[in-house]
Design a protein around this ligand. Structure first.
Ligand SMILES: NC(=O)c1ccc[n+]([C@@H]2O[C@H](COP(=O)([O-])OP(=O)(O)OC[C@H]3O[C@@H](n4cnc5c(N)ncnc54)[C@H](OP(=O)(O)O)[C@@H]3O)[C@@H](O)[C@H]2O)c1
Length: 303
């Protein structure tokens, strides 16, 4: 299978490439970095340079691909938010998705499926009610962003392309992401819940993120949005407790909202708010989680 991917050099994209390395597929990876070819196991990766905000010769790479996986986006937490950063966060998702879909529209041999990332931030801050895919969007910046981002992806349906949009939760991986941020304070016996501790974390193990993103390739009936989160979300307090227990460290020192506000400004709201999102559509489509429960997921990643 020939798969075109954006964001393939990133946190999730790199795990996806590792996962695919034992398969005889061809990846065409659009990147702002250097072009080139790579053979990883039995996977061929062709790196094609693009400017994700402009049309260009990269468009011809869409021709003849079986599938497109769209994982691009400026990291939401790498910088304190200001109007300019927020615009970059938005543009780095919405504009490339629009250009990609337009390129699909112009291709003579179109992919049969577009898998385009979104995030549980779509739902905004929620209390402790269970959130399925039919819930309405929130009314903050990330929710507005997700609505626009998903809207651009679904425009590919007018070209007869099946569109699947995983609303990805909080990704747990050995290094990086949330675990990367929590590990040091816990190792120094200074770990604890972030914010009130009552907010629900829609966590998911990286292995399930990768398998869940690829699931629409094998499950041809799966289209539309689906929550890519573990079936058992837990509160931040419970998460910190289990995290400490697996590391044999205490977990009682909370990180107060005010400290986060100083560090991240408006972006802190995302960390201290939560969604009790559950993967109703994925389970209904027959997906079996590698890590449905938190404790084995943390043991696998931390020990
Ligand atoms: N990680 C999570 O917990 C999580 C949760 C929910 C949703 N998601 C979504 O899933 C997708 C992949 O997440 P990720 O964590 O793997 O992302 P990431 O590592 O932060 O970034 C993915 C890729 O996007 C490109 N990129 C970065 N900054 C950019 C910018 N300013 N303009 C244009 N392109 C830029 C880079 O590719 P090149 O350098 O090769 O161009 C990068 O490798 C993103 O859309 C993200 O919003 C992630």
């Amino acid at each position: 299978m020939k798969i075109l991917i954006t964001g393939g050099t990133g946190f999730i994209g790199s795990a996806l490439r590792r996962y695919l390395s034992s398969t005889p597929n061809d990846l065409v990876l659009l990147t702002r970095g250097a072009p080139g070819m790579e053979l990883t196991g039995s996977l061929t990766v062709k790196y094609v340079r693009w400017n994700p905000l402009e049309r260009g010769t990269w468009e011809k790479e869409v021709e003849g691909c079986d599938a497109v996986i769209n994982l691009i986006g400026k990291n939401v937490f790498e910088q304190r938010w200001n109007p300019q950063v927020k615009q970059q966060v938005l543009d780095s998702r919405v504009v490339p998705t629009r250009l990609l879909v337009e390129a699909i529209g112009r291709a003579e041999r179109k992919p049969s499926v577009l898998i385009s990332a979104s995030a549980v931030g779509y739902y905004g801050h929620r209390d402790d009610g269970i959130i399925t895919e039919s819930a309405q969007p929130g009314n903050d910046f990330l929710a507005d962003l997700a609505v626009q981002w998903e809207g651009e992806a679904f425009k590919a349906e007018q070209f007869g392309v099946r569109v699947a949009v995983p609303r990805i939760g909080l990704v747990l991986e050995r290094s990086g992401g949330m675990i990367g941020k929590m590990l040091l304070p816990f190792r120094l016996f200074a770990g604890g819940p972030i914010g009130s501790g009552r907010q629900y974390l829609p966590w998911i193990h990286m292995e399930d993120v990768v398998r869940g993103i690829l699931f629409p390739l094998e499950q041809e009936g799966l289209k539309g949005v689906y929550n890519l989160t573990a079936p058992e979300p837990v509160t931040m307090k419970e998460f910190a407790k289990q995290f400490g227990s697996v590391l044999h460290r205490p977990s009682w020192l909370p990180v107060p909202d005010i400290a986060l506000d100083v560090l991240y400004g408006e972006g802190a709201k995302v960390i201290v708010s939560g969604q009790r999102a559950v993967p109703e559509r994925l389970l209904a489509a027959g997906y079996r989680f590698s890590y449905p429960a938190l404790r084995p997921a943390l043991e696998h990643l931390l020990q």
